[in-house]
Design a protein around this ligand. Sequence first.
Ligand SMILES: Nc1ncnc2c1ncn2[C@@H]1O[C@H](COP(=O)(O)OP(=O)(O)OP(=O)(O)O)[C@@H](O)[C@H]1O
Ligand SMILES: [Mg+2]
Length: 215
Amino acid sequence: MIRLISFEGGDGSGKSTQLRLLEGYLSSHGRACLCTREPGGTNLGEMIRKVLLEVGDKTISSQTELFLYLADRAQHVQEVIQPALASGRIVLCDRFTDSTLAYQGYGRGADLHMLRQMNLVASRGITPDLTFLLDCPVELGVSRTARRMQEQRPTQGRVDRFECEKVEFHERVRRGFQELAQAEPERICVLDASRSIQEVHDQIRQIVERRLAGD
Ligand SMILES: Nc1ncnc2c1ncn2[C@@H]1O[C@H](COP(=O)(O)OP(=O)(O)OP(=O)(O)O)[C@@H](O)[C@H]1O
Ligand SMILES: [Mg+2]
């Protein structure tokens, strides 16, 4: 049974694009779904997202950063995800618990076991039924993000905290996501995100169709 689907991967890998396409597909097939994102997803979460964005490269300890992401998730799960699941909707979430492991764990070096425990508290034990890992070379994600920012108005084209990080950081995050997928191949589907938007969407659709048929 698939109820919660998360989209994970590096910046600019195409998570939001693919989430919207899947939402369109599911909705057109009469499946009620709810799209949401982390950080954000609630009013409080949007405030936390803004804090994380506006703090820029000013000093913020890695623990503070971690707690802000977890606080965002705790509110998000209670206020949005749990009620949506309870009402029978399929929830599509743009980043979830695996991002904490990849960015704060593999990227920043926090202990993975501790992060898993903290994730469980924040998510109230909710784990995704299916996760799409959009995997592509770091440089490709960076160039897509740069293009997207050029297309947007300057006020929207803000650089977030992780976008300021060095390439090595993003390489560690990418390897982290790949390791997580290797450990849980049933749940995490690795997709080659360097292909066209349509090709990636077709693969996602096939996987979702198969999983829904098995319900
Ligand atoms: N497969 C693809 N091929 C070419 N361009 C793509 C592809 N997928 C997404 N894009 C484009 O790359 C940019 C980034 O895509 P998107 O915003 O979906 O990525 P994201 O993973 O959500 O990024 P972020 O981590 O910054 O939220 C957008 O301009 C999008 O149109
Ligand atoms: Mg996005």
